[in-house]
Design a protein around this ligand. Structure first.
Ligand code: PEP
Ligand code: MG
Length: 755
């Protein structure tokens, strides 16, 4: 059964559009279950009816015509109950309803299963038989599994199908809405520009060539270099690998030398497609032809064609990288976008970002926030390629994207953008004012840096220094570890810029969603694996180089603080402290007079919450990394959009954990800071202030909002809010509490950024 299921899903996945996908479903499922009828009903746009969308066995004319109310007939009953209904004599059931348009005969067995995607009913999959025999348990299990698998495919095909419609004429006003999760707040209106992984065919967008001749030459150049590469490989392998393997390269070369691939691609380029898109289409066509062959040897050739295509695509992508001309108001769209790709687009041309993967606290989303670029992440049904050149609205507040928006929608978002601009103007008033409450209690506000270095604007807004400098970025954009001298230069730049204000440099925090191409970490579960301090303690040579560079950069300044990420055991903190002392000693022996910086541990693992007092006794400060802390406390992957709704910094457990760390620090008289995104949320900042946290560190774009809120409340009011918040059992209650508090001071507009 599993094999059949797999084959069906594979076929459906390869379908051109929703219609074809449904047709494959009904044909294959009918055959697999030996049923006389298989039909798919989908919930209509009005959410009140089910529409027959495909059938095998009923009158084909009924497709698109038969509509059943959700409370009508047996199909409606499946929808209503959201569970399978398996009947021997369906006609005797009180909910049975005969639908003449379907040409339905007398069937004596009925099995309907709901198709549900993320709690949402998409439709009903039905099989029927003449035979007087109920479907057996295995068949029901097969149908349920089938429906669960197909739900994702149908949801995707529906989304893509409607986007496809956008391209028939590319007119504005079609207003396709895509749902994701907020990545960075704000609204952007611009033009979609697709980026894709060099080997990802499905993500290649259509694009018109700027110059057909150049495009042809680029393609032919790619063919030549792939051919040369293959010939070299073939030569190198001859004699050292079995003939069969070796022959493979000859086969590849043969395919490249054949006329079809080159001629077909050139034809497509001349017809108005850029080289990359033309290769994509030629390869897809060839693969389809081979895939459909009965002979298994010939079917295998499809994978050779794919491999050739992949190689060509890599070449062409490399050739296109520099020449791409980036339009104004670019909205970067991609299946997966990483931090490096985001910063490659000139800031003045980058308006927004949309990604199919990632979630609110993925590092690329944090970077977008630091850049002030509205972003929507985790758009599960995103078919990135289709959005190339489309007008897009990115609503980073609600986590929505509109393609080819209707005029009214655009007008509304323009109004929102004007309102945001007014808020930004108003925020300037707070630049030179201290972050203190109406009754004079102050809190330090720091900026998070490292992802971008925009020193002047951070200083202008009146920050107290840097609470978190993420050092990994320079490691990520290079193809080797940066050396000690280079690191000294990088750290000196930040320390000098903010001196005499303190600058907290965090030691290298790789692993999780921050990987180095040149230092692969192959963990099955990277978030629970080799991350942060675990990596650097295992590689003292890397760690000591970094520590020495930090200490050297601080010579003559004295504003350096160092903190260690991902501490989950006291021994790690102790070992890290010992290594700092070792680095100091080494430098001292080299005749350098280095300072004795304050050292801190990040509290971002639940274990560290429970040992915060012990850590506080061994270190000079604690800094709560709420992004990871919430992730590990709630067991919600911060990068996984599927569980984004469960990631909640106002979850009572998160609030209690943070509050308990603040207490531990207070008792030990060791300062406690919060440097995760929680600190950047104006409403939560108020609660953190009430917890007596000593400082908040955030991306500079949020700092003035936070200051505004702090200056609008008294400490007493903040305490009262906190007391209520910690007594609440549901996150939603806390959300309402803080929302109402801000609205009571007419600061509701600042709340848009909150969940
Ligand atoms: C955190 O986890 O809250 C944090 C500040 O570190 P990062 O987001 O870089 O993991
Ligand atoms: Mg972290």
């Amino acid at each position: 059964m599993l094999e059949i299921l797999y084959r069906i899903v594979q076929k459906v996945n390869a379908a051109r559009d929703l219609d074809q996908a449904l047709k494959i479903i009904v044909d294959r499922v009918a055959a697999a279950t030996a049923s006389d009828v298989c039909s798919v009903y989908l919930v209509a746009e009005d959410h009140a009816n089910l529409m027959l969308m495909a059938t095998r066995g009923l009158n084909p004319e009924a497709v698109g015509r038969v509509r059943l109310r959700l409370d009508e007939g047996l199909v409606g009953l499946v929808a209503e109950r959201e569970e399978p209904i398996n009947l021997g004599d369906p006609e005797r059931h009180p909910r049975f309803r005969y639908v003449p348009e379907t040409g339905e005969e007398r069937f004596h067995a009925f099995l309907g299963v709901p198709v549900i995607h993320y709690r949402q009913l998409l439709g009903v999959l039905v099989v029927q038989r003449h035979e007087h025999r109920r479907f057996d348990d295995d068949e029901v299990a097969f149908m349920v599994t089938m429906a669960a698998q197909l739900a994702g495919v149908i949801a995707h095909a529906q989304a893509v199908g409607s986007i496809d419609a956008l391209h028939s004429g590319r007119r504005a006003g079609r207003n396709q809405r895509l749902a994701g999760v907020p990545g960075a707040t704000g609204v952007a209106i611009g033009i979609g520009r697709v980026i894709y992984a060099p080997a990802d065919f499905a993500a290649v967008p259509d694009r018109a060539p700027e110059n057909v001749e150049i495009e042809e030459e680029t393609f032919l150049g790619a063919v030549r270099s792939v051919r040369a590469e293959l010939a070299k490989l073939s030569q190198r392998l001859s004699g050292s690998v079995p003939d069969n393997e070796h022959m493979l390269f000859e086969v590849y070369i043969h395919i490249l030398d054949g006329n079809t691939l080159v001629e077909e691609t050139l034809r497509r380029i001349r017809a108005g497609q850029w080289a990359v898109g033309a290769v994509r289409d030629t390869i897809a066509e060839q693969v389809r032809l081979f895939d459909e062959m009965e002979d298994s040897y010939l079917r295998e050739r499809a994978s050779d064609i794919r491999e050739i295509g992949r190689r060509l695509l890599m070449r062409l992508s490399a050739a296109n990288e520099d020449t791409r001309n980036i339009p104004e108001k670019t909205i970067l769209v991609g299946h997966e976008i990483n931090a490096t790709q985001l910063v490659e687009i000139p800031r003045d041309k980058l308006a927004g970002m949309v990604a199919a993967t990632g979630s609110v606290n993925s590092h690329v989303a944090i970077l977008a926030r630091a850049l002030g670029i509205p972003a929507v992440m985790g758009v599960a049904d995103l078919d990135a390629a289709q959005l190339e050149g489309c007008e897009l609205i990115v609503d980073g507040y609600a986590g929505r994207v509109y393609a080819q928006p209707a005029r009214a929608v655009r007008r509304e978002y323009r109004r929102m953008m004007r309102e945001d601009a007014q808020i930004s103007d108003r925020l300037k008033e707070f630049q030179s004012l201290p972050a203190e409450t109406l009754d004079g209690v102050s809190i330090r506000l720091y900026v998070n840096t490292g992802l971008i270095s925009d020193v002047s604007s951070s200083l202008e807004i009146g920050c107290d220094g840097v609470g978190l400098h993420r050092t990994e970025f320079p490691f990520m954009i290079r193809d080797h570890f940066p050396g000690e001298e280079e690191q000294v230069r990088l750290y000196r730049e930040v320390l000098e810029a903010y001196a005499p204000r303190s600058v907290t440099l965090r030691t290298l925090d790789i692993g999780g969603d921050k990987m180095l191409a040149y230092f692969p970490i192959d963990d099955e579960d990277p978030l629970l694996g080799w991350r942060g301090i675990r990596v650097t303690l295992d590689h003292p040579e890397i760690f000591l180089t970094q520590l020495r560079a930090m200490l050297r950069a601080d010579i003559g300044l004295g504003n350096l603080q160092i903190m260690f990420p991902m501490i989950s055991r006291l021994e790690e903190a102790e070992e890290a402290v010992r290594l700092v002392q070792r680095a100091r000693k080494q430098l001292h022996e080299d005749g350098l007079e280095v300072n004795d910086p304050k050292l801190g541990a990040m509290i971002e693992v639940p274990a560290a919450v429970y040992q915060a007092s012990s850590l506080a006794r061994r270190l000079d400060f604690l800094s709560i990394g709420s992004n990871d802390l919430a992730q590990y406390l709630l067991a919600v992957d911060r990068n996984n959009p599927r569980v984004a709704a469960l990631y909640d910094e106002l979850h009572p457990a998160v609030l209690r954990a943070v509050s308990s760390v603040a207490d531990s620090g207070g008792r030990a008289k060791v300062p406690v800071y919060v440097c995760g995104e929680m600190a950047a949320n104006p409403a939560i900042a108020l609660l953190l202030l009430a917890m007596r946290v000593n400082g908040l560190s955030m991306s500079s774009v949020n700092l003035l909002r936070v200051k505004w809120v702090i200056r609008s409340f008294s400490f007493r009011e903040a305490r009262e809010l906190l007391e209520q918040a910690v007594s609440m059992e549901y996150a939603e209650e806390v959300h309402t509490l803080v929302r109402n508090a801000l609205e009571s001071k007419d600061l509701g507009r600042l709340m848009r950024p909150v969940k």
